[in-house]
Each structure stands twice: as C-alpha cells, then as structure tokens.
Design a protein. Structure first.
Lengths: 364, 285, 299
C-alpha cells in the first residue's frame, strides 16, 4: 500500500547521465506503465525504485519514506524480472515462500499465504515442480506469485512479457490486468510495447533519452500527444507525420496540397509557421469507408501503392506530398495498386506540431 | 567408389583411430599398474613376461614397511603429509578463490582487467624459479621442511586458477538471481549464501578438486622445500626409490598406484563440471 | 552510511588473494631480483650483502651452457606445444565424429591431465628403459631390433622421449577444450557454408577453425600457466643428463642453485625463465581476450 514519488531523480554512470531529473508521482493503487524505446532510461528508473541501482541525484519516496539509501529488502516492494529470475534449485512452493522464509514468518502462515497466491494464479497443481519443468507462461505466473505472496506496497514489473510468444503475451497481459483488479496494489510496469502500455495502464509515462515526454491516461496520450515523438510512438500503425507550412489559413504541403486549418487549432498557428501535420491512419479513410464521417473533413485524392487486408479493415499504403503515408479502409472492398482513392481526412482529429520544437501547437 | 562404401570405410577408419588412441592413452598407465602387482624379478625378466604370472600385493606391503623390504621408505608419512597439505591448502584456496572469483564475476571496479591478468601471470612463474627465493625466505622464517610452509605455497599456487574457474561459474548464474533475492528480502550476504552459492556449488567443487590435485601432484617446489618425513609429499617420496644406480621398479610402481588412485577417482567425479568451468570462464568473458 | 559501498567491496573481497600472491610470489620475486645481483652462495651466507649489479647476467649471457639449455627449452616448448595442438585438434575432431562412447572417451582424456607430472615422467622412464622397458621388449619381441635402444641416453632420442612424455600428458588439454568448442559450435553457419558450395575442407578451414580459435587460446593460456611442470618430467626421466644432453633451463636452475649452491647465478637464470613464462602467458591471454571480444563475449 504505497504511493511512489520521484523528485528530480538523476542517474549517472561515471560521467554519462542516462536519466535527467525525472519527476513523477504515482498514486496509491495506481497502475503506471513506463514506456519508451530501448535505452530511454525506463528500466534504469525502475531499478532505482527497486534499489538495484543507486540514485545519483534527487529523491525517491515509497509510501512517504525516503528510500534513497535503503537496500531493496527494506523498500517494501516486489519485482517481476524480464527473465523471471526463478531460483532453479527450489520447487515452485519454495520459490513462492522464499521471501516469507527470509522474513522469518511462522511456517503455517507461509503455507497459507503461498497456497493463497497459488490459488489466485492457478499454480496449485505445479507446487512441487522445479522451474526447469515449467513452460514459459507457468514460469511467468510463478514469478508473479512470488511477487504477490509478500503483499508488498508496490509491484515492479521489468518487461515481464518480452520473452513470451505473441499469443501467450496477450493472454498474460489479461491475467496481469485481472490480477491488479484482484490484488489492489501500486504497480510500476516497464515495457517497450505501446500496446501493452495502452491496455494495462491507468497512466502511461512515455520516456525518451532519459526524459519524460508525456504523462497521461492512455486516452490522453493517444488523443492528445504533446509532441511528434509521442505521436509516432503511441498508436499502431503510427501516425502519418508530414511537414507543412501555414499560409492563408490553410495547411500547405510540399506538393502544394492544401487542407484547411482545423477550427479548434485556428488561433494556435500563425501565417508562415512551419508545422508538421499529423494524421492517424484511422482518420484518413476512403469516402464511404470511414468511422468518423461526420464533423469537419477535407478531401485528398491519393494513389494506392499497396493494400493490406487485415480482416475487418484494409491498410492502404499511399504517398502524401512525397511522404509515405497510411490510410485505413473500414468495411473493405478490393483495391488495386495504382487506383486513385478519394480519402476523407477527419480534420477534427488532425494534429499540428511546430516544426522547430516538435511540440503540439495546442499547447502554446 | 560408391558413396555407401566410402562411408563405411571412413567409419571403420574412425574406429581404428579411436582404438589406437585409447591404447596410446591407456597402456602406459595400465602397464605401471600391472607392474605394481608383480614381483621385481618378473619385471626384470629377460625375455619379458607380458601377462603377470604371480599377481601379488607384496610390493604394497613392502613400501608400507611390512615384510622383508630392502628399502624402508616411509610411504605412510608421505601419504599423510600429502593429504594434510593438499586438503588444507585446497580449503583455504577455495575460500580465497570464492571471495575473489565473486568479486570478478559480480562487480565492476578500477584495474579489474589488469588485476585479473596480474593474478594469472603470478601463476605462470615456474615452480623451480619461485622455489629459489621462497627457499631463502622460508629458511629465515623456519618454514622449510614444515607442512605449514608447503600449505602457504600451495594456497598461492592455487588461488589464481581457482579464481578463474569460480569467476566463470558465478558468471553463469544470472545477476537477476541475486537481485530477485535482494528484493525478496535478503541482504547481499544472504543472497549469496542462499541463492548464488548453492547454484555454483558443483562448479566450486570442481575447482576444489583441481586445486587438490595440483597440490597432490606438485613436485618442483616440494622437492626443494621439504627434507624429511615431517613434510615430504608423495611425489618427492617417489624419488626416494631412485638410488644412485639402481631403481626399485616394483616399489615405485606400487607407490605410483597410490598417487594415481585418488587422482583418478576425483577426476572422474568432477570432470563434467571442470570442462564446463574451463570453457565458460574462458570464452564468455 | 551508504548501504552499498560498491567501490570498496570488490577490493575487500580480493584482498586475501592479493595478500597471498604478494607474500608468496611478488615479494619473493623481488628478493630473487636482488639476489640475482649478488654473488650469493648458500655456503657463504655473507655474500648476499655484496652487490654486483648485472654481473651474473653478463656471465650468464656469455655462457654456452646457459644458451644451450635456453635453446633446448625453447625448442622443447615449440615442438611440444605444436604437437599438442595438432594432435589435440585431430583427437577432438575424431571424438566429435563418433557417436557411441563419446563421454567415456572424454572422461578418459581427463586422466593424463590430472596425473602428477612426476608420475608421467616415471611412467615413461619405465617404458623407455633400455633394459626392462616395455618399448624395447616389444620391439625385440616383434623382431624389429635385437639390441636394446638407449632411449634416454642417446642424443636426439633422449629429448624425443621427454617430448613424448610431455605430449602424452598435455595433449588432453587441447583435445578437451577443442572438443568443447566443437560441441558448442552452432549448426547454422556450417549448413550455410555447405549450401554456399564449400567442400568439407573449406568448411573446416573457414568456419570450424576460426570458431575453435578462442578455445585453442584458452588451452594455450592454461598450458602456458604451467609449462614449467615439464621440469618434473625431465628431472625424473634424465635429470638433465646424461652429460647435459637433456638439460633445460629449469633443471639447470636447480643444479646451479641447489647442487652447486650458487644462488646468485641461479636467481639470475630463474629470472630469465620467469620472464619467458610470463611473456608467453601474457601473449596468449591477450589473444584470448581479443578472441572473446570477437566472439561477442562480455567486456
């Protein structure tokens, strides 16, 4: 039961600084996901919270206790590692009970709590096996069981699903979500997979190069990315980003294609400003095949380069002002390469970023 | 030549080569062992007697002082000395090696590579070259012809290689194990003893056997630093049989068997881990 | 207090090792260096206080006996190590091919490695004995020779006999490590090379051998740590004789130092042999480190 507060936390290895003064407040029982490309400092941040890396500067508090100089065992946290880190010389039961045994809990309490955790995770049948005799998904479950048995103030997950195959990953994702609903605790979860972040998080923290780019609910981060990095990182397929210039109340692309400046952003841009136009593929749909057909719109005639049928929708690869761009066709029909389609752009969903800073013009 | 025939021939060639290899490897040792169980006159016979005619234990009895031995050689004291010196130095070298190997496997620190290299190079000093100054210093310290003197030397002899092996074994254990244990409530010390040590145990045992046999087999230093039954080890004792012009072959063979047997048993027990330790520690820096 | 004094922990853990080496190896070597610059004789203890600078070294370098022993040592090592590598590679490839009894053979290979060098020496002294040795007996029984061949006395034969013993003892080091390398070898590059049209020799030359090199370097490094154990073999087999025909640096050191009590001179020679061994180890250890990096190992 704990909130976690990071106050200008810095990590340095020798002279290289890899985390540059991060501020983050995680509420009690909140599920926060740190997401970003590899090398963005998300794992280092998590390991500093765990106490596995020392903190070069700033403060970390867990449940209002300053933990900078506390060893991991005194931080009231538990952690699920990328490779699970199950103890190979112990049975599942011993793995689950190890933390309690170290804490010198009475044996009957250990048995009770281990059985409880095993029950929650469906491990009851596997208790006497060793980690080598378990499948990937089962190992994952034991690792989570080991974390919940101790009933810590916070769970830390370090890319726990990255070693599983695609199908199992989706399944375990759901299990983690359910687990959090059952065992209400603060969770800090690190992943590079934005889908995992979107599906699991109460709040997402997008990181890049040791900085936090944006903190927000999945909805906020998806619908209102603060800059081009977040816009391109969150969402699949990624947002189309096309350089443009504002002229006469219009967004003018390199090939002189013109779109009106969306009404809600009209006061945010000035004539002559260099911008980047951001359109999610979902918001660029052939006429009659969209999901946002009402509201403000604009039309673009674009040639199909390639069409990928995904089932209920078709992903259309095209070219917008010389840039590769993707649109989506819902309720698809057959499309031939070379065919010119009339795309409707949902202007009320379109983003504009300042070309110099990359920041959303909405914010200035 | 057809493919099938070619394949068969190459298979037969492989087997012949393997068979020859086994003979070359096995016969010298086997011959010594066989000779240990035959009387001296059978060994000296001309023309040679190939199959032992009168197997006997008398050679063993003789070197242990039973029966009518010509040369009474105190093999029992040598054996005891060897055991005490090799075991004690192994235990100490293992403790030092575990501590040092763990440092190399788990920590980053300044001069790490040069320190490792320095330790290895210290092992490269030839025993006979090292024996000269050690002989002079040990004489001053009264450690000549003393088990303690030998133990100290053998600890130093074994520390570098023990560190190399144990470093490799600890590296094989993911660092995450230690971290998981710490998060689970262990101190670093507890994490080591409860998780990392049990996982490296068989490797550490292999390193121990290697250290034991190095001490058990060592000759160059022991031959200069020991004098009497107080500290002489088996390899040095073996030379007792070489009198000026005659050699008691039967006695030497019997003593050789006594030196070989522990080496064979221990090697057999740990060979798998030893190979793993040598290659892992070596290849995956 | 910082709970993790990372900076000092490793040095604390290493201090027993460092102290031991300092006391038993480093300090004696320093003392040896000093002694090598005195005319110290065991029989005249006072001579240790006379400093003569490099005189022992100068005398050594103008002494034919020393150069013969030095040259013989280098030749011995060059021949023995090359033979061990080639034979070891052959044995490893052979054992890698057979499917049945592979483990048993590998275990058998360990034994010569674990034998006391003094025993190996004795064993071959026994085999090569001109009178009762199994080799001469066998040759005579097969009618190849009538007389006995003086394996350990004859000029080139003595050295060859010693090299045989050394090779018998140490080839396993190479065979075992190279075999471990072959076991660890990934199948994909081999198959890719075959598909690319390489013949078996080309596959071996361009794929297998480069992959095995780090393992060969480990073997070389391990061997380099104890090349001087050949002293035991020589000492028991011939004692450097007869008439200095098999004298190597190490037996010469023992003779000058202990038998003739000329410690100053012996220490000078010991220093030469130490530098030789250390240079040898250093060379292969750096090779090993470089190979590791090339293989993508850590650090």
């Amino acid at each position: 039961m704990a909130s976690i507060n990071l106050n200008t936390v810095v990590k340095r290895y020798g002279k290289t600084e890899v985390v540059h003064g991060i501020n983050l407040d995680i509420a009690h029982n909140e599920f926060v996901v740190l997401v970003g490309p590899s090398g963005c400092g998300k794992s280092t941040t998590l390991r500093m919270i765990a106490g596995l890396e020392d903190i070069s500067g700033g403060e970390i508090r867990i449940g209002d206790v300053l933990v900078n100089d506390l060893p991991p065992r005194k931080r009231n946290i538990s952690m699920v590692f990328q490779n699970y880190a199950l103890y190979p010389h112990m049975s599942v039961r011993e793995n689950l009970g190890f933390g309690l045994k170290i804490a010198k809990r009475p044996p009957d309490e250990i048995v009770r709590r281990v059985d409880e955790a095993a029950d929650i995770l469906g491990l009851t049948e596997l208790m006497e096996r060793t980690p080598a005799e378990l499948s990937g998904g089962q190992r994952q479950r034991v690792a989570m069981g080991r974390a919940i048995v101790r009933q810590p103030g916070a769970f830390l997950f370090d890319e726990p699903l990255s070693n599983l195959d695609a199908k199992l990953r989706v399944q375990m994702r759901t299990e983690i979500k359910k687990l959090h609903q059952k065992v209400k605790t603060t969770v800090v979860y690190v992943t590079h997979d934005q889908v995992e972040a979107m599906t699991l998080a109460d709040r997402i923290v997008v990181m890049k190069d040791g900085h936090i780019e944006q903190v927000g609910t999945p909805m906020e981060v998806f619908n209102h990315p603060v800059n081009t990095f977040v816009a391109s990182f969150i969402g699949s397929p990624p947002m189309n980003l096309v350089p443009a210039r504002i002229a006469g109340g219009e967004v003018v692309l390199a090939d002189d294609t013109r779109l009106p400046v969306p009404g809600r952003l009209a006061g945010r841009v000035t004539d002559g400003q260099e911008v980047i136009l951001g359109i999610r593929p979902d918001d660029m749909t052939p006429v009659g095949h969209g999901i946002h057909d009402s509201g403000e719109g604009a039309m673009l005639s674009l040639p199909v380069e390639l069409a990928e049928l995904l089932g209920t929708e078709t992903l259309i690869y095209t070219r917008l002002a010389g840039q590769e761009a993707q649109g989506k066709m819902f309720d698809p029909r057959d499309v031939e390469p070379g065919e010119v389609l009339e795309f409707r752009v949902a202007l009320d969903k379109v983003h504009l970023f300042d070309a110099g800073t990359g920041r959303s013009v909405r914010l200035d | 030549m057809s493919g099938a025939l070619k394949k068969r021939l190459s298979k037969i060639a492989t087997w012949i080569a393997t068979f020859l290899l086994m003979i070359v490897m096995g016969v010298p040792g086997l011959w010594v062992v066989l000779s240990a169980f035959r009387p001296n006159r059978e060994i000296m016979a001309k023309p040679a007697i190939w199959i032992p005619e009168n197997p006997t234990f008398s050679n063993f009895a003789a070197i242990f002082g039973f029966g009518d031995a010509q040369v009474a050689i105190p093999v029992l004291s040598y054996f005891t000395n060897s055991m005490i010196i090799a075991s004690t130095s192994t235990v100490i070298a293992l403790m030092i090696g575990m501590s040092g190997g763990y440092a190399f496997a788990r920590f980053r620190f300044r001069f790490k590579n040069s320190l490792f290299l320095g330790l290895m190079l210290s092992r490269a000093v030839p025993g006979i070259a090292l024996s000269l100054p050690v002989f002079m210093i040990w004489s001053k310290l009264g450690l000549i012809d003393a088990k303690l003197g030998m133990i100290i030397v053998y600890v130093a002899l074994n520390v570098p290689f023990t560190i190399w092996l144990i470093d490799g074994f600890f590296r094989q254990i993911p660092k995450e194990m230690n971290e998981a244990a710490q998060v689970d409530g262990c101190t670093r010390w507890q994490a080591f003893w409860r998780i990392e040590f049990p996982l490296a145990r068989s490797g550490i045992a292999a390193a121990g056997v290697f250290a034991f046999l190095t001490s058990w087999n060592e000759y160059a230093l022991a031959s200069q630093l020991t004098r009497s039954t107080d500290s002489k080890t088996l390899p040095v004792g073996l030379m007792d049989f070489t009198a000026q012009f005659t050699i008691d072959w039967a006695g030497m063979c019997a003593m050789a068997v006594i030196i070989i047997v522990p080496a064979l048993i221990l090697t057999f027990l740990v060979q798998k881990h030893l190979i793993a330790g040598l290659t892992f520690g070596g290849v995956k820096g | 207090m910082r709970w993790r004094a990372e900076k000092h922990t490793p040095f604390l853990l290493l201090s027993p090792a460092i102290l031991t080496i300092l006391f038993v190896v480093a300090i004696p070597l320093a003392f040896s260096l000093y002694t090598s610059m005195t005319p110290y004789k065991l029989t005249k203890p006072d001579t240790i206080n006379t400093f003569v600078g490099l005189r022992n070294y100068v005398r050594l370098f103008s002494d034919d006996k020393f150069w013969w022993a030095f040259g013989r040592t280098i030749l011995f090592l060059a021949v023995a190590l090359n033979l061990e590598f080639i034979l070891g590679l052959g044995i490893a490839l052979l054992i890698n091919r057979i499917t049945w009894g592979q483990r048993t053979l590998r275990t058998m290979m360990m034994f010569p490695m674990m034998f006391s060098p003094i025993l190996v020496g004795f064993q071959f002294k026994y085999i090569f004995n001109d009178n009762i040795g199994i080799l001469n007996n066998a040759l005579q029984a097969l009618g190849i020779t009538d007389g006995s061949i003086a394996w350990l006395v004859d000029k080139p034969l003595g050295m060859i006999s010693i090299i045989t013993a050394e090779v018998w003892m140490s080839t396993s080091v190479f065979a075992i490590l190279l075999l471990a390398g072959l076991f660890a070898m990934p199948r994909d590059p081999l198959e890719a090379a075959k598909v690319d049209g390489c013949n078996p020799w080309q596959v071996f030359r361009h794929i297998t051998l480069p992959f095995l090199m780090p393992f060969a370097f480990i073997a070389m490094t391990i061997r380099s740590l104890d090349v001087a154990r050949a002293y035991d073999i020589v000492d028991v087999m011939t004692g450097g004789g007869p008439a200095g025909r098999t004298e190597v640096l190490w037996t010469l050191i023992a003779r000058v130092g202990y038998d003739n009590s000329k410690m100053g001179e012996a220490n000078a020679m010991a220093y030469v042999s130490t530098l030789l061994s250390v240079a040898f180890t250093y060379y292969f250890f750096t090779k090993l480190v470089a190979a590791r990096r090339y293989m993508g190992g850590a650090e």
